[in-house]
Design a protein around this ligand. Structure first.
Ligand code: ATP
Length: 233
């Protein structure tokens, strides 16, 4: 079943076409990774899906419903939750309080604070600590838990691994099957291409706002990916 359908989507920043006539479909239960060089339009796409960057033209459909013009707060109720670049936790709040901010517009579904603690067992022991005391990887995990508490159909994660040590990134990605297994579909922006190829069912490579390569990692050669990433040929 198609969960997300993006047709001919264009998003501008002033005169700049950051996303340029993009078409992309996402099946329920899939993990789709968006790769591409700095400035390719990955974050702009995710922010457009979350309702934070209004499109100039084109459409976004979630479960067949046109959500192109819905404001961000209504998209949470429709089933989209974003883990933003830089995590954006409330540093003066505890781990658990941060998680609960995600439950503000909670939909019915499997995710509860207890279930998030099952996903990240260390979190329960540290639930009363301030978010400011956490490492970058721990903060990213709390940001993911917070997004899950809205019970989204579609979880958007921007720059999951940015600034984190590879071993931490691997540990965070280990929870992805548990997330998808609970019925949540994931669309991730990943600047680490080999990481994206390991964890995703499918990848789209963006170049100057356009999708220049799409496919399952096992069907793509390293050369194809490299050419698409750097815009060669
Ligand atoms: P990065 O990995 O560097 O975040 P990205 O692929 O996520 O790159 P975007 O952040 O979506 O790319 O940026 C796409 C283009 O839009 C870039 O040229 C960027 O400079 C520009 N851009 C992004 N945000 C804004 C903004 N708020 N105002 C003006 N231009 C912007």
């Amino acid at each position: 079943m198609t969960l997300l359908s993006i047709s001919d989507l264009t998003v501008h920043h002033g005169q700049l076409r950051a996303v340029d006539g993009l078409n992309l479909d996402l099946e329920k239960g899939e993990v789709l990774a968006i790769i591409g060089a700095n400035g390719a339009g990955k974050s702009t796409l995710l922010r457009a899906l979350a309702g934070l960057n209004p499109p100039t033209s084109g459409s976004i459909r979630l479960c067949g419903r046109d959500i192109t013009r819905l404001p961000a707060y209504k998209r949470v109720s429709e089933g989209i939750a974003l883990v933003p670049e830089g995590r954006r936790l409330f540093h003066s709040l505890t781990v658990e309080e941060n998680l609960l901010t995600g439950a503000y517009r909670r939909r019915p579904g499997p995710w509860t604070v207890t279930r998030v603690y099952e996903l990240f067992p260390w979190m329960s022991d540290r639930r009363r600590q301030n978010a400011s005391q956490l490492s970058g990887g721990e903060q990213q995990s709390v940001a993911i838990g917070r997004a899950l508490l809205a019970n989204p159909d579609l979880l958007l994660i921007d720059e999951l691994s940015l600034g984190l040590a590879p071993v931490i990134v691997r540990r965070i990605y280990e929870v992805l099957p548990g997330i998808v297994g609970a019925g949540t579909t994931a669309l991730i922006v990943e600047q680490d291409v080999s990481q994206a190829m390991r964890v995703a069912d499918r990848v789209h490579c963006l170049l100057e706002g356009r999708s220049v390569l799409e496919g399952r990692p096992r069907d793509l050669t390293a050369e194809q990916v490299e050419h698409a990433y750097f815009g060669i040929g």
